[in-house]
Design a protein around this ligand. Sequence first.
Ligand code: CAA
Length: 379
Amino acid sequence: MNLRFTNEQEMMRKMVREFAEEQITPFIDEMETHETFPESIIKKMSELGLMGIPIPEKYGGAAMDFTSYIIAIHELSKVSATIGVILSVHTSVGTNPILYFGTEEQKKKYVTKLATGTYLGAFGLTEPSAGSDAAALKTTAVKKGDHYVLNGSKVFITNGGEADTYIVFATTAPGTKAKGISAFIVEKDTPGFKVGKKEKKMGLNGSNTTELILENALVPAENLLGKEGDGFKIAMANLDFGRIGIAAQSLGIAEAAFEAATNYAKQRKQFGKAIGTQQAVAFKLADMATKIEAAKLLTYRAAHLKDNGKRPRQEASMAKLYASKTAMETAIEAVQIFGGYGYTKEYPVERYFRDAKVCEIYEGTSEIQRLVISKQLLN
Ligand code: CAA
């Protein structure tokens, strides 16, 4: 594995970093205070080609490698984890399932719009009683003529209500768990499909998280992705790559918390000297930096394997498990270093603390990542 980024990848990092600092920073307060969805930012990201970084040019994408896409999520999340997750869900699980498993017609119809940012994508797997046990989902899809009729509900859908297309998973053979699950491309104005309540969350305040309700939703039969029964594998295969995106998001949060804590530790004086020169704080910074380096190596290694045609299932889970733990631990220590100030909204570390937690939960909890890793080890 080459530990140096290519010139192209470095250019992506520089471009995204500048964009995030100049365009996203001024919008953070709006997202935090009013939970405003960052539509104007997404429009600008579309103009820069960020909504389809790893998508081939023929489908409207920037045709860059997966590592460049991971660099973008990492840099965006350093400024705003909200923007990071919107892009990650849109690309990894909102667009890629169609790119990897769709027909040529589906790719032309949907990927071209998603990759250019004309459409925003979302992913509907989780249900009220099927979270970690995704194969236990209850939403049904019954073929009637040239349509499928979908009934059920989904929860915790990132980009819900803002997305134009949703990859929705439903069973076409109830009682057969994973084997009976099928995947559908559901457009937002599908009859019988509606967006339910918007969650009030601990963090990621600018990102929409909603329910989806399917009541006799009429989905054209040509919107089935792959074949009937392919759905679970489509979900899992794309989550493998999606988890590298969440690892990159975690990395962004961890680095932001670390940088804030380091700068503060250099200028905050107690007992007559900067707190960073006192061992209790200096050692915290050393641990934070070490964990971040390890998380970075795991994350970019998983991306590198994907770029080299591998299926990094175990590596993606390891990256997500470790990077999300690092984000949480780093954010907790950053708040501690800031002391009372860290607990106020005057400084960003309390936001990093709140945003970090969900990285250990969505796209598979840390417990599920350990399950995936251990299954691979024992097989
Ligand atoms: N790629 C391809 N196929 C896979 C796969 C993968 N990564 N993982 C499993 N499969 C296949 C298996 O090979 C098996 O196929 P066969 O029967 O042909 O052998 C089939 O799928 C069933 O596999 P398992 O028996 O391993 O399935 P399971 O029911 O035990 O579940 C699990 C495995 C890992 C626990 C899975 O349910 C899982 O990942 N759960 C977590 C769900 C999750 O991550 N949800 C995230 C929601 S999306 C989200 O959060 C987005 C957001 O908004 C931010």
